[in-house]
Design a binder for this molecule. Structure first.
Ligand code: ARG
Length: 563
């Protein structure tokens, strides 16, 4: 039940619909303090229509409303304050949550439309960085949020698996590489060869010539070059998949940059046909000056294609294959200008889904103050951060709950959950400094804090497992219970907001509020006392457990029943 809507409808009725309920709806507020009710309507907007002052209007409205869902309606100056009938509303909300369970908050806004999500997209033969972590976990959560809103997401990993760097890597590997080393620890050794290449090529410029030749061979399909490239790709992907498994993330497609090799010529042809391609100092560009953007460089003067050439091919392929209503790119904010150019080119080409192209940017991430970079020694590897987090969770659990049955698994869920939540609780665009110690605390704004509230709720329910509270009465009263009811009631709107803004932090922040409200309630309430509200309290605890778990699921975080 949308009580804001009810307020709008009721007010509209009280003034004989002289102003539409939709217009009124836009003005309904949630008061800052409980004293002023659960919802409030400022009457200013009606003064002109009704030729009365707002205070008189407020009084008139308050006096004429007799709706059972409102315990009282009071005029306070120009405001009409609505106090919901807590018992009735709690009954309604709890019954809805218990019936719909993890489907509570589902909606069909998306109309089954397909949304492609370009996410994660690390580069082959390089470590997956914390930046790629952000793209992976943000994209994964957005996919789940989209599904809950009735869309059909397609998660595509646009691997960086093509480019001149592979000429360098092949050269380096053939000169000083070792097959056994690469098999044992692929990313480590491939990075090592690459770094070594750059150290040596200053003294030995002929290395660059060799690298160019190898890349040319690779482009021409030379079997040896292709075989090595495929092998690098395969072992890198295996390493990435280990991380994805730990994070619990999967993809629908891994169509990396190389997938579009045979589709680039037709991009160039189409651009030419459309009269969009211009020569500029030997290179081919698309002029974007009408949109105040620099030209997009499509072909270098030697005819080589670029990152954007592949992205144009990618967008066309997605358009033809999936007919998406939106095409999201979860990529760091440093590529914002680039995606403006990409969108501008696609719009000039008249691509259908260009209008639904959204760059979903995110800020930089540092770990304990350290920046991430492949070229310099200062690398923080994602796998190491995850392993470290799980280890810390293990320690905490063995101190707090040494007899826990499936300690290992719970430590995984808590350790990994802490990293994911620690990222997603921040507005995407904010830069974050990631501190493992902070993120693993059971108190504060952390994943373990929300997980712990859920486990706490489950432990209460376990004690009452023989009771059929779902069939009982659910009219609940009390200020702390009411806080929770209001939060539960808000969940469907939270799900919509997170979707509209492509913003998992909306869900994360909500889950923190719900966990906090529940902990307060838990601390002050004898939940299991056998009185006439016992069933209502248990229904409340169950609802909290369900919605905390569902919120965490939407973030890609597990919710263990015990921890
Ligand atoms: N591989 C790129 C990087 O690591 C990200 C690719 C983003 N996706 C895209 N379609 N351009 O920076």
């Amino acid at each position: 039940m949308d009580y804001k809507q009810l307020v709008a409808d009721t007010v509209a009725e009280a003034i004989d619909n002289q102003v539409s309920s939709a217009e009124i709806y836009a003005k309904v507020e949630i008061p800052k303090t409980a004293q002023n009710g659960d919802l409030a309507f400022p009457a200013f907007m009606l003064a002109q229509h009704l030729h009365q002052n707002p205070k008189e209007i407020a009084e008139h409205i308050a006096a004429s409303i007799k709706t059972a869902a409102f315990a009282k309606v009071v005029a306070a100056g120009p405001y009409v304050n609505f106090f919901l009938n807590q018992e009735q509303v709690s009954e309604e909300v709890l019954e809805t949550v218990l019936t719909e369970r993890d489907h509570y908050g589902d909606n069909h806004d998306g109309n089954n439309g397909v949304v492609t999500i370009d996410m994660s997209s690390p580069n082959i033969a390089k470590p997956m960085s914390m930046g790629h972590l952000r793209s992976t976990v943000i994209g994964n959560s957005i996919a789940k949020i989209l599904t809950k809103n009735g869309y059909r997401p397609i998660k595509d990993n646009h691997l960086g698996d093509w480019g001149t760097q592979f000429g360098k890597l092949i050269t380096a590997y053939l000169k000083w590489g070792n097959e056994e080393d690469v098999k044992r620890d692929p990313i480590h050794y491939l990075v090592k060869y690459y770094v070594e290449f750059h150290e040596r090529d200053e003294q030995e410029p002929e290395l660059d010539d060799e690298a160019r030749e190898w890349f040319k061979k690779l482009e021409d399909g030379d079997p040896e070059a292709v075989k090595l490239w495929q092998w690098f790709r395969e072992v890198s992907l295996e390493a990435f998949n280990q991380t994805y498994r730990k994070l619990g993330v999967d993809f629908d497609t891994y169509n990396g940059e190389s997938f579009y090799n045979d589709k680039l010529q037709s991009v160039v042809d189409t651009l030419k046909q459309d009269g969009l391609l211009e020569k500029s100092q030997g290179a081919s560009v698309v002029d974007l000056s009408d949109q105040d953007l620099n030209p997009a460089l499509i072909l270098k003067s030697d005819g080589a294609s670029l990152y954007v050439t592949r992205d144009i091919a990618t967008a066309i392929y997605r358009d033809e294959t999936y007919h998406p209503v939106m095409n999201l790119y979860v990529v760091g904010s440093e590529q914002t200008y680039y995606f403006k150019q990409l969108k501008a080119v696609l719009q000039k080409m008249g691509l259908q889904s260009a209008a639904g192209l959204h760059h979903v940017p995110f800020g930089l991430i540092t770990v304990n103050g350290k920046k991430l970079s492949t070229r310099h020694g200062n690398i923080v590897l994602l796998n190491e951060v995850l392993d470290e987090s799980v280890k810390m969770a293990q320690q905490q659990i063995s101190e707090k709950n040494p007899n826990l049955a499936n300690k290992e698994q719970v430590a995984e869920e808590v350790g990994v959950g802490a990293v994911i939540f620690g990222d997603l609780k921040n507005a995407r665009i904010d830069s974050i400094d990631f501190n493992l110690n902070e993120q693993l605390k059971f108190e504060g704004e952390t994943g373990p804090y929300v997980q712990y509230a859920h486990a706490r709720a489950e432990s209460v329910l376990a004690k009452a497992q023989d009771r059929d509270y779902a069939a009982g009465q659910h009219r609940l009263s009390g200020a702390e219970a009411w806080e929770i009811i209001k939060l539960l009631q808000a969940f469907p709107a939270v799900v919509k907001k997170a979707n509209a803004e492509f913003e998992p932090s909306v869900i994360a922040k909500y889950s923190l509020r719900l966990a906090k409200a529940f902990n307060k309630y838990y601390a002050h309430t004898k939940i299991l006392t056998p009185d006439d509200q016992l069933d209502a309290r248990l229904a409340l605890v169950k609802s909290v457990s369900l919605i905390l778990k569902e919120s965490l699921r939407l973030l890609g975080v597990q919710a263990p029943d015990e921890m």
